[in-house]
Design a protein around this ligand. Structure first.
Ligand SMILES: Cc1cc2ncn([C@H]3O[C@H](COP(=O)(O)O)[C@@H](O)[C@H]3O)c2cc1C
Ligand SMILES: O=C(O)c1cccnc1
Length: 343
């Protein structure tokens, strides 16, 4: 279930930029064929609402008029963060490794959701015994290690998948996600900080202070989104960005989870506004800034259940809806096949 931490590959940011510049677009013929089929299925046009859009999205990004979700895969990346030692989470960093063990034992929330929808689950450990430096004091990575971690994340689909759901585990990472968003979009630290696992007033004040100080430390250095990731991010965020990019190149649609995963995705969006066109937002989490972030990225969440867990749980839950969308699209009869009169 776990893999070794990333050895720095020496892959520089220019190689990441080249992968972003060469992203394939959607298969518009497959999308059009999917909508054409939807128009003839035995239901009033549009009656399946968002399910119809999801089916057409999968057709466009898998490149087939009849998309499939036979091998949905949930990939959870885990990392640890120096900034966690500032008391920005009610929980200690040790929980990250303990939750890895819980995933392996099949006993976390995401395990149960994956089992419910017959989704695979892989957990990638990213050197959790070696936290990235405290972003208030130093960049999280040097360029080589950041690029190497992005490249490592590209392995997310190496086992094969026709739908990739992304998740994360890393105590303190809602602080890191807020720093990345503040670094990308400006505003104030307060705009981007939320309660995470359940911060009280004192923890919230430390989170806001940490995010403000981390961004201030890097003033004038954040015009390049990859620099935002390198200076203010963390290993699981870098790996998630790599996974999204690899999936795009391999025609695998992606389902994003909560605020942390979406913040990692935002780095790619800032590099190229079309970089997330193959992604669906599995849900909007209860983390304060997630809704605003999704709106900025023009992503409409599939579910809105007040969840604020992470682990890929919201993305995994959306697999149920996505599978149903594909089942309707591929399995329903047309009016002609069913012998039902069209209006
Ligand atoms: C038992 C437990 C299980 C979790 N599963 C995901 N997270 C979530 O909480 C963390 C982020 O919140 P913060 O920034 O407040 O630390 C991440 O590890 C995230 O995946 C968990 C957190 C805990 C405590
Ligand atoms: O939305 C998220 O990603 C989230 C929220 C709370 C805790 N961990 C993750």
């Amino acid at each position: 279930m776990s893999a070794s931490p990333p050895a720095a590959t020496g892959l520089p940011f220019d190689d990441i930029r080249a992968l972003v510049a060469s992203m394939p677009g959607p298969d518009e013929a497959a999308r059009a064929a999917a909508w054409e089929r939807q128009a003839h299925l035995v239901k009033p046009p549009g009656a399946l609402g968002r399910l119809e859009e999801i089916a057409a999205h999968l057709a466009a990004w898998q490149g087939k008029a009849m998309p499939q979700v036979l091998r949905p895969m949930v990939v959870v990346f885990a990392g640890t963060h120096g900034v966690a030692e500032r008391g920005v989470s009610p929980y200690p960093s040790a929980v990250t490794r303990q939750m890895m063990d819980t995933f392996t034992a099949g006993k976390a929330a995401v395990n149960q959701i994956c089992a419910t929808f017959e989704a695979g689950l892989r957990v990638f450990e990213l050197a959790v015994d070696h936290p990235t430096p405290d972003i208030v004091e130093a960049p999280a990575f040097d360029e080589r290690t950041c690029a190497g971690t992005i490249a490592f994340g590209m392995q997310a689909i190496s086992g094969g998948a026709d739908l990739l759901c992304l998740g994360e585990m890393g105590i303190g990472n809602t602080t890191v996600a807020a720093a990345v968003c503040h670094g990308l979009y400006g505003g104030t630290a307060e705009d981007w900080v939320g309660a995470g696992t359940g911060a009280d007033e004192a923890v919230m004040a430390r989170k806001i202070a940490a995010v403000r100080a981390a961004v201030a430390l890097n003033e004038g250095q954040l015009a390049d989104p990859l620099e935002v990731l390198r200076r203010l991010g963390g290993r699981e965020l870098a790996a998630i960005a790599g996974a999204i990019l690899a999936a795009r190149h391999e025609k695998v649609p992606v389902v994003l989870d909560g605020y942390v995963v979406t913040a990692a995705a935002a780095v790619l969006h800032a590099m190229d506004p079309s970089a997330l066109d193959h992604c669906l937002a599995g849900h909007v989490s209860a983390e304060k800034a997630h809704r605003a972030l999704l709106e900025r990225l023009r992503l409409r969440p599939i579910l809105d259940l007040g969840m604020r867990l992470g682990e890929g749980s919201g993305a995994a839950l959306a697999v149920g809806v996505i599978k149903a969308a594909v089942a309707c699209h591929t399995g329903m009869a047309t009016f002609a096949e069913a012998g039902v009169s069209e209006g």
